[in-house]
Ligand binder design. Structure first.
Ligand code: HEC
Length: 502
């Protein structure tokens, strides 16, 4: 045995390196407080393993993404379980990463000489969130589609880089195979590769600096020293094991559902991943503010607050000049951290309640296509239409209402009310009741630029309908949106549409 070790030692130096690695001192002794980093690493490794397995079956295209996911669920032996593990693994990884960050924050582990290690850690968090976001789209079910659409719209609202980012992410005007491919590439190649590089960096710097120890101001070397191996290692293993057990149980009892396949023509209220609920809540609040301040509130919600937070975190070791690590000498940092957490949790709860309520409303206000008995006169008005919005019974309105319910209500809302900051309202929208040729043009060819409706800005992607809808259909639906929900404007004939479609 010794002979073998010597043989390896002479050729690789590995045995000595492993020995120094394991016999590392832990100032103040080993502690369960130190397990978050290794538990995150464990969750990450599990994500790589389950993720690689999933790529053996998953086929990224709009014709196969949902189908292959369903196949994994239904036909691959234990496929549902691996998928479920991957889903819960993402949650575990992000939750543990946040705990790791907060512990380093509260214990002052970001202070000199660990600034660079901290910065690498913050970048790891950002890239992991991107991993979560890009993975969310891949099953290509209704929730994946609509939640990612909101995400892409948010990305597009960033000044200067927003437009190209949106173009890159969606890979064209609407969301389709190219969008899946872009998200797939980011999710399985770029982000995991960056993550590995950063983790290696993070650990190498850790080796250099050693453990930060407890939050005290005494010289670390004067503290009683514990052993990494086997004591701390045992605690780390116990924590990872616990994480694994919790993930196993959740994966079995709460496998994530696969909705029906993405269908942009259906109504759907998307539910973002829990770690983006706070961001989504801010966006909703911004969209509901008085018109004059919506643009700036939007910018705050989508760019300034999240970007500012990340920048603050990155710069923290240099912003916080307080040399002490002791908790009671750092009331400011602890106060601001607590306040931020309370605000983030509050926003998430608000967001959660708002989405649940919206989903309940949507379930009640079935789009007219489903709710209206064919031929019934008044039944074609969406139930969600504001009171007093009696549509004039113009020619083609009945059919227009149906097309609207099937093709447009998914984004613009059954009552034409839209979604603040994401999909413009069509009810009470002067563009809709304005130049008919312009409205027809938008429906035929789509729209993909910054617009302002009643003072509120929108910048998303309206899909083109030429080829999907006939000229007569477009005439009907445009006539409908110009006359429903209190809108009052002239009807549009198929000949008018043909004129624009030329
Ligand atoms: C996938 C979501 C989606 C669907 C489905 C959709 N739209 Fe849109 N629509 C949008 C977005 C986003 C915008 C804003 C585009 C922009 O900001 O450039 C928009 C803009 C519009 C506008 C222009 C509003 C203005 O103020 O200029 C009209 C009109 C419109 N849509 C009508 C329709 C009709 C009619 C349908 C159904 C045939 C439909 N939309 C289906 C997302 C959608």
């Amino acid at each position: 045995m010794n002979f073998l070790i010597d043989w390896f030692e002479q050729r690789t130096g590995l045995p000595t390196q492993i020995k120094t690695f394991l016999t590392e001192d832990v100032p103040g002794g080993p502690s369960y407080w130190y397990v978050f980093g290794s538990a995150t690493l464990f969750a990450m490794i599990l994500q790589y393993v389950t993720g690689i397995f999933l790529t053996f079956y998953y086929a990224p295209s709009s014709a196969t993404a949902w189908e292959s996911t369903k196949y994994i669920y239904d036909h691959v032996p234990l496929g549902w379980f691996v998928l479920s593990l991957h889903f819960w693994g993402a949650t575990a990884m992000i939750a543990l990463l946040f705990m790791h960050l907060f512990q380093a924050l509260i214990w002052g582990a970001y202070k000199a000489p660990r600034e660079i290690m901290w910065v690498v850690g913050v970048l790891l968090l950002v890239f992991t969130l991107v991993l979560g976001l890009t993975g969310y789209l891949l099953p290509w079910d209704m929730n994946a589609y609509f939640a990612s659409q909101v995400a892409i719209n948010i990305a597009s609202s960033v000044p200067i880089v927003g437009e190209p980012t949106q173009q890159f992410l969606s890979g064209g005007a609407g969301m389709g195979t190219l969008t899946i491919n872009r998200f797939f590439g980011l999710h399985v190649w770029l982000m995991p590769a960056l993550l590995v590089l950063l983790i290696v960096g993070h650990l190498m710097i850790f080796r250099h600096n050693g453990s930060a120890g407890p939050p005290v101001d005494t010289d670390l070397k004067k503290l009683p020293q514990g052993r990494f191996w086997p004591n701390q290692m045992f605690m780390d293993a116990m924590a990872s094991f616990l994480v694994f057990i919790v993930m196993l149980v959740l994966s079995i009892v709460a496998a994530p559902p696969l909705d029906q396949k993405a269908d942009p023509t259906q109504t759907f209220i998307a539910y973002p991943a829990w770690y983006f609920l706070a961001l989504y809540g801010m966006l909703r609040i911004a969209g509901g503010l008085p018109n004059a301040i919506v643009p700036i509130a939007n910018l705050l919600a989508t760019v300034i607050v999240p970007g500012g937070l990340v920048t603050l975190l990155i710069l923290l070791p240099w912003l916080d000049r307080n040399p002490s690590r002791a908790l009671r000498r750092r009331p400011w940092l602890l106060g601001i951290t607590t306040l931020s957490v309370v605000i983030a949790v509050g926003l998430s709860v608000y967001s959660q309640l708002a989405i649940v309520k919206e989903q309940a409303d949507a379930a009640q206000n079935k789009p007219p296509a489903a709710a209206a008995a064919p031929g019934s006169q008044g039944g074609s008005l969406p139930a969600g239409a504001p009171a007093g919005g009696g549509a004039q019974r113009l020619g083609g309105s009945e059919k227009g209402a149906k097309i609207f319910g099937a093709d447009c209500a998914g984004c613009h809302g059954a009552g034409g009310q839209g979604t603040p900051s994401v999909f413009p309202n069509l009810a009470g929208n002067p563009d809709v009741t304005g130049d008919p040729a312009q409205v027809v043009h938008t429906v035929l060819y789509g729209l993909n630029r910054a617009i302002t409706v009643n003072g509120k800005p929108y910048k998303g992607t309206m899909p083109p309908w030429k080829g999907t809808l006939s000229n007569a259909d477009v005439a009907d639906v445009v006539t409908y949106i110009r006359a429903a929900w209190g809108n009052k404007a002239t009807p549009v004939s198929p000949a008018d549409v043909a004129e624009v479609a030329k």
